[in-house]
Design a protein around this ligand. Sequence first.
Ligand code: SF4
Length: 383
Amino acid sequence: MNFLDDIGSLKPLPWDRVAVRIGAVDLSLSEAASLLTGEAGSHLEEMACAASSLTIRRFGRTMKLYAPIYLSNECVNGCLYCGFRGEGAIARRTLSAEEAMSEAERIVSDGHRHILLVSGESPAAMPLEKICGIARVIRPLAASLAVEVQPFDEEGYRRLAEAGVDGVTLYQETYDQDAYRAMHPFGPKGEYCSRSRAIDAAGGSGMRFLNIGALLGLSDWRMEALALIAHARWLMRRHWRSHLSVSVPRIRDCASRFSPPSPVSDRDLAQMICALRLSLPDCGIVLSTREPARLRDGLARLGVTQMSAGSNTEPGGYTAERLSDPPATRAGDRVAMRAGEQFRREDARSAAEVAKMLAAEGYDPVWKDWDRNLTDHRSRSER
Ligand code: SF4
């Protein structure tokens, strides 16, 4: 994690020194740190204006929409903040490839073409080969297919890419090593450095889209944001062919009944998004349905470039929404209760409602901005 070496000795500048540089595309890490201070927070409107106009300059008035498909809520890790944690008393379910396809058909019928496959970390329930098999089945429906699953080495990510996966999301969760140890009491995820090694391996495999993030609420958000900026810059230098994005998930209610030790207010979140945009002008910023509808509408103008919409966070959840019968397990038995959600959604609007809101705000909702065939053709002709 040598990108963290850079941030220990940084001295934030006073507001008047950094204010004249806001909107420049080459802010130093010290200037980025200055945008995260309490003093900068009292100038949030100026930061918001600059972040908004920088986003429009770099990305236009567009918002990429995507939806997750939860493949399994089985997990061997003990992350205290997660509803899927091992030992948690929730109904467990792992989808078959056919069930995953039903979920994909359901969200594609809503307009989605960017799909994120999500799974708890259970090598037994969701091994690499099974994820690859599901990716191959769903691939023809999707313009872009990303995964948020257990970490792999470079060879593992290469095999996912061969199966049609073009993006990897892997959050560090917290860059604070003491908090990391406390939050991950058991399971392989307890090894702090293996997280950053895995996203680096995904970049090394040539994965087109990389997405990183800190789970906000586990430690001081200002330090998390600065570490995230340093990490993003480090990855962009190493994997310049990949498009990088950062996520800003806040901890939400889940079955584990976890209370965040360092809560992040709406205003803090807005300041963090502005600072991320101003420090990482070409980086995507992702906002999930963890945030309430009104707040998402406001944050969309500040620097966000991708939003999930109409999401469901339980395995089989999209199909179950439309079924009068309860969902079936892998063995075909009907289960009495639905599988547990990872966290509670705050924005329960449909994908169409989110797209309508964006259009009313003058943004183009983008259902498809990428097709794998474009680079497949190019790489064939380069051979
Ligand atoms: S955050 Fe991921 S690894 Fe941790 S318990 Fe939840 S699903 Fe498992």
